[in-house]
Write a protein that binds this ligand. Structure first.
Ligand SMILES: [Zn+2]
Ligand SMILES: [Zn+2]
Length: 298
């Protein structure tokens, strides 16, 4: 089990999780392994090789959630996107993406009922930190997250105290007024490149309706979110030939937070300026040019 260690000077959090060194690393091998090369723990028929399901949509499952065998923190689960070893969110049909989102909601609700916050994330490819090939997301739950989530929470409270509005509601109004950083606008979501995108082609999806937590979304939004999520990963696929990528959901149980989703394609690696100075270098496109290219590919 991992434990947090904090830099005594800056308070920067690190999770010490050395047990994870034992986990299998498929993605370390060249290329993508096919299901015939080895036993995949996440494929249908191999359920007995994994911990029991904490969630599945039905007995003959389309989506299955299990405890992570090599947890980073105590509550760490894997959400298997589908029985299909080779199809990820880009290729699944709409109803299947909806099922994945329902699994996110079920687990976020479960941990919310224990007064825990959740961090839901997806790593695809070795550069993005994935160790197993079969498409999956992960969820970790804690009483509260240090790091970026803690900062966003504190900043949003300060913003609300000063302006009496929500930071993210204001952000999407500004983005929509300017238009040049918008990638896609739907009935319920705005997809855009953040003003200070950390890497070129970083994307944020923000729902138009103000809700602190993902778990409060309604049926129409679930349906719309599935379409938007799929379009964004397809846009990266079209623009950059299916790059390794990450996405994550920032959600909190209480106001004035406003849930949103972040995406990064791995088109570059960390250098000394990122690691040593803590300064991101976005050197492939301006936010406006990045938005233009992604708009053309969505
Ligand atoms: Zn598989
Ligand atoms: Zn808001």
């Amino acid at each position: 089990m991992g434990k947090f260690i904090f830099d005594p000077l800056t308070g920067e959090p690190t999770i010490l999780a050395t047990e994870r060194a034992k986990r299998p690393e498929e993605t370390a091998k060249a290329g993508t392994m096919s299901v015939t090369d080895h036993v995949c723990y996440f494929c249908k028929g191999n359920e007995h090789l994994t911990p029991p399901a904490t969630y599945k949509d039905q007995e003959d499952w389309h989506v299955r959630v299990i405890k992570n065998k090599y947890p980073i923190v105590e509550d760490h689960e894997v959400i298997i996107h589908s029985p299909d070893h080779d199809k990820d969110l880009e290729d699944l049909d709409h109803e299947q993406v909806v099922r994945v989102i329902r699994a996110y909601l079920n687990r976020a609700n479960f941990y919310g009922s224990q007064e825990k916050e959740v961090f839901i994330f997806n790593n695809r490819g070795k550069k993005a930190g994935a160790s197993l090939v079969h498409p999956h997301s992960q969820i970790i739950a804690l009483k509260g997250f240090p790091g970026i989530l803690q900062s966003e929470k504190e900043w949003s409270i300060r913003y609300y105290d000063e302006k009496n509005t929500c930071y993210w509601c204001d952000e999407i109004s500004e983005v929509l007024a300017g238009k040049d950083r918008v990638i896609l606008e739907t009935s319920h979501f705005v997809v855009f490149v953040p003003k200070a995108c950390r890497w070129s082609y970083e994307i944020r999806i923000t729902p138009k309706t103000h809700r602190p937590s993902l778990v409060f979304i309604d049926e129409t939004e679930i349906n719309n979110f599935a379409g938007v999520l799929q379009k964004v990963v397809q846009a990266y696929g079209n623009a950059f030939n299916y790059p390794d990528r990450n996405f994550w959901i920032h959600t909190e149980r209480f106001d004035p937070f406003h849930w949103h989703v972040g995406f990064l394609p791995h088109l570059k690696v960390f250098g000394a300026i990122e690691l040593g100075a803590g300064i991101w270098v976005s050197d492939k496109a301006t936010p406006e040019d990045a938005a233009k290219l992604l708009r053309e590919n969505i």
